[in-house]
Design a binder for this molecule. Structure first.
Ligand code: SAH
Length: 361
């Protein structure tokens, strides 16, 4: 019989690491120390966990492993943004982005390889969906970014705005958030985490009852079902009214608000009428709006509106007392900006063709 693969501790929450140690006849309380090494110190080699007894280190190494996504490439933008390309155990690739000084330090991480949501303006969507990431692969991105940027012991924010739809990989994403929040680990409070969703309603409703809840961002992108059906096809299943009703019901702590992301596509959803409709739709929701002028790319059938059109749209919201910001695109020179994360060499050929087209520009 083939030997079973050693258990990957990076895939387990703290309580499960404790249980795994106990099951192996090892002292449970050591799990916290192991956790501290992995997450706070960025050490994954048992032999280097110097505050553990030597024989325990040997026994841990016999029974367990700690996997880390392999960092294969890093690109640095002139604006300080850094994009990290990771290779996973099965050869699939994902990207994460470090966005410094906004004024906070932010890690934008992926939740899936590709994405099944198929939004018409998003390059990741054009790749198609390959698979969900495991908790080890989600938290692993944060571990590597924290180490590479020297932030293991410093505060940073996390946005689940990389590749994938986090609510389409609910269990792994929530397990990762709990692991990242552990005090003996990176201690990332959920207040520092923003989960962005295009509106997978059943999962959003489940999220509403989580004890540990991140900030919520909703990718709205349109003010009529006709337009949203076209640019964000999930709308055909969960239309605008239902999405906004779920937002209304979403429990918010005092002073907290839902961020509505709104990608501006020239002539499609960026008219003054759209802006006024948006004001009405958000009327009774504690909301702020983040406008994302399209990051255009070959293969994306839309254009970025002029700055004038963007400003007119933003002004209408501001005139109606809606807090609005226009997202400055960081890292566009290294294709690290919103909706530009796409990895070559994956299954779907459209993705590869697009990536090649972009490399060529
Ligand atoms: N699936 C989640 C997480 C992706 S977050 C979601 O949809 O919210 C990435 C954000 O960038 C989303 O709001 C997405 O709609 C937006 N985006 C995608 N492609 C874009 C592009 N080409 N230009 C600007 N924003 C884009």
């Amino acid at each position: 019989m083939a030997a079973a693969l050693p258990i990957d501790l990076a895939d387990l929450e703290l309580s499960a690491v404790e249980q795994a140690l106990a099951d192996a006849g090892l002292p449970r309380f050591r799990a916290r120390q192991v956790f501290h090494w992995i997450y706070r110190k960025g050490v994954t080699d048992f032999a280097s966990m110097t505050n553990l007894p030597r024989d325990l280190r040997v026994r841990l190494a016999e029974r367990f492993r700690i996997s880390t996504p392999l960092l294969v490439h890093e690109a640095r933008s002139v604006d300080g943004t850094r994009k990290f390309l990771f290779q996973l155990d099965d050869g699939k690739r994902i990207e994460s982005v470090y966005i410094p000084d906004t004024p906070k330090q932010t890690f934008c991480i992926s939740s899936q390889v590709g994405c099944a949501m198929d939004c018409d303006f998003c390059l990741t969507g054009k790749m198609g969906f390959a698979r969900n990431l495991t908790p080890a692969e989600i938290t692993g991105q944060v571990r590597v970014l924290a180490k590479e940027t020297g932030l293991l012991d410093k505060p940073f924010n996390i946005v689940l705005m990389g590749m994938g739809e986090p609510l389409h990989n609910y269990d792994a994403v929530m397990a990762s958030m709990r692991t990242l929040a552990e005090e003996q680990g990176l201690a990332v409070s959920p207040r520092r985490v923003t989960l962005s969703t295009v509106g997978v309603l059943p999962a959003m409703e489940k999220l509403a009852s989580e004890p540990l809840m991140p900030n919520l961002a909703v990718s709205l992108h349109a003010t009529t079902n006709a337009t949203r059906d076209k640019i964000a096809p999930i709308n055909r299943k969960y239309p605008l009214e239902a999405l906004l009703e779920a937002c209304r019901r979403f429990p918010l702590k005092r002073r907290n608000r839902i961020t509505f992301e709104y990608v501006l596509l020239d002539g499609v959803n960026d008219t003054p009428d759209d802006a006024h409709r948006l004001v009405r739709l958000l009327g009774d929701i504690k909301a702020k709006v983040n406008l994302l002028p399209l990051n255009a790319a070959p293969g994306i059938p839309y254009q970025r509106p002029s700055d004038d059109r963007v400003n007119t749209f933003a002004q209408i919201l501001a005139d109606h007392h809606i807090t609005v910001s226009v997202r400055k695109s960081r890292g566009r020179d290294i294709r690290a900006a919103c909706g530009q994360l796409i990895v070559e060499g994956q299954k779907k050929s459209t993705g590869r063709r697009l990536a090649e087209a972009i490399e060529a520009v």
